[in-house]
Write a protein that binds this ligand. Structure first.
Ligand SMILES: C[S@@+](CC[C@H](N)C(=O)[O-])C[C@H]1O[C@@H](n2cnc3c(N)ncnc32)[C@H](O)[C@@H]1O
Length: 283
């Protein structure tokens, strides 16, 4: 368990809802542009997430914090019956356009409006770190699963195992301030720790819990591309970068450009990262 007494729950939720609605188009475009139409970050782990919940034809799958619907689209490719839910209206609108065969709703992962025991699979890709009360979101996912159903979530690993996060956060720490005026949110990397994933799923009633790390790659056209893309397409990281003073931002950007240059390849700048994939079964 972590101490969440400093998290400003409602203010943080409001920030997330507003910010992700604001960046929805750019979030989708930034991810899609990188590989000419494929959402680089999500798509690299989509199949592993769907395998973990045994997504296949005819199963009812709920995609919590579905964003712009890339994982839902991959589940639809497997002929699953897909429902998606996200807090941010604009994210939901893009998911609906991407996946006309799915059903998408605006809503809160911590207070699902679905009846209990409806889904064979619930997935949550890079959403859990955005919920002020992840235990509540996990309990809700457990509730809407049928007995025998499967749950899987992913979360970023911390900078010690994640060169991309090390580059961004290390540059802010060196040349700027981590202490910007944002509503206090849940720890970014809590579930980058496999023990923490196991504990939270077991405490939530899940059995056969397993956790593994999956490598992914962020690809940018040039080192100069990195910081502007993060600013326009993410919530907390982007706001933290945007809220530095002009001088701090210039210095951070120079550090990111210098660091990113070391990852230049003939296919662009490829910076490795990883996520934890945590899976549990509802008995
Ligand atoms: C980093 S994005 C991940 C989106 C998508 N799953 C993906 O992998 O591309 C995080 C998403 O969580 C959503 N979100 C944040 N808090 C939420 C909440 N309490 N309930 C539902 N969605 C939430 C945001 O609107 C955003 O779309």
């Amino acid at each position: 368990m972590t101490d969440d007494s400093t998290i400003t729950h409602e203010a943080f939720k409001q920030f997330e809802r507003d910010k992700f609605s604001l960046v929805a188009q750019e979030y989708d475009r930034a991810l899609a542009k990188l590989t000419g139409g494929i959402a680089v970050v999500t798509s690299q782990v989509d199949e592993a997430i769907l395998d973990a919940v045994e997504a296949k034809s005819g199963i009812r799958l709920l995609d919590v914090a579905c964003g712009t619907g890339w994982l839902s689209a991959a589940a639809l490719q497997r002929q699953a019956i897909v429902t998606g839910l996200d807090f941010a209206e604009k994210m939901v609108a893009i998911a609906r356009e991407r996946c006309p065969q799915g059903s998408f709703y605006q809503g809160d992962a911590e207070n699902l409006t679905f009846e209990s025991g409806q889904f064979e699979a619930v997935v949550c890709s890079l959403g859990i770190l955005h919920f002020p009360n992840p235990e509540k979101a996990i309990a809700e996912s457990f509730r809407v699963l049928k007995p025998g159903g499967r749950y899987a979530f992913t979360c970023w690993t911390p900078p010690t195992r994640n060169p991309f996060m090390a580059l961004i956060l290390g540059s802010v720490q060196a040349y700027g301030s981590m202490d910007v005026d944002l509503p206090t949110g849940p720890p970014l990397f809590r579930f980058g720790d496999p023990t923490e994933c196991e504990m939270v799923l077991s405490a939530g009633g899940f059995t056969q819990v397993s956790v593994r790390e999956l490598p992914i790659k962020w690809t940018f056209s040039t080192p100069e591309d990195v910081m502007p893309k993060i600013i326009v397409s993410s919530a907390r990281l982007g706001s933290m970068l945007a809220m530095q003073t002009d001088e701090q931002r210039r210095n951070i950007e120079n550090a990111i450009i210098e660091g990113a240059s070391k990852y230049a390849t003939e296919n662009g700048v490829e910076i490795s990262a990883s996520v934890m994939l945590a899976v549990g079964h509802k008995p």
